[in-house]
Design a protein around this ligand. Sequence first.
Ligand code: NI
Length: 147
Amino acid sequence: MKQTAAIKLVEITRREEFSASHRLHDPSLSDEENVELYGACNNLYGHGHNYALEVCVRGEVPASGMVMDLNVLQGILAEEVVSKMDHKHLNHDVDFLQGLVTTAENIAIALYELLEPLINEHEGCELSCLRVYESAANFVEYRGASS
Ligand code: NI
């Protein structure tokens, strides 16, 4: 009987939570246009969210039985994300968000681009999906740039 080598890709996910404030404001627009576009989210001194981040890593299961050690992934997220965003003002305190309107969409892209090389350097691992939750009901998902 002919054997074909099936590729069995498994996706693992780590979830982190953090609290932060932000303000949606586009400096290229007038104050009136910002209020019109962002409403209460344009409040001058910001407002807060209990954010959650989910990071999915895809790969085949090697001899260790682990696509990626989740403790290693946790360490990367603690050092690169949570320590830099928890209890911070995202518009002012976070270097990799400077110059961006701090919507969940833009945060997701920035975090994906920050984390992709750090995850993909682990053999057989590929960052496949990243989700940013602004609340339990509202979240965005990014799967990397399409070519
Ligand atoms: Ni908000």
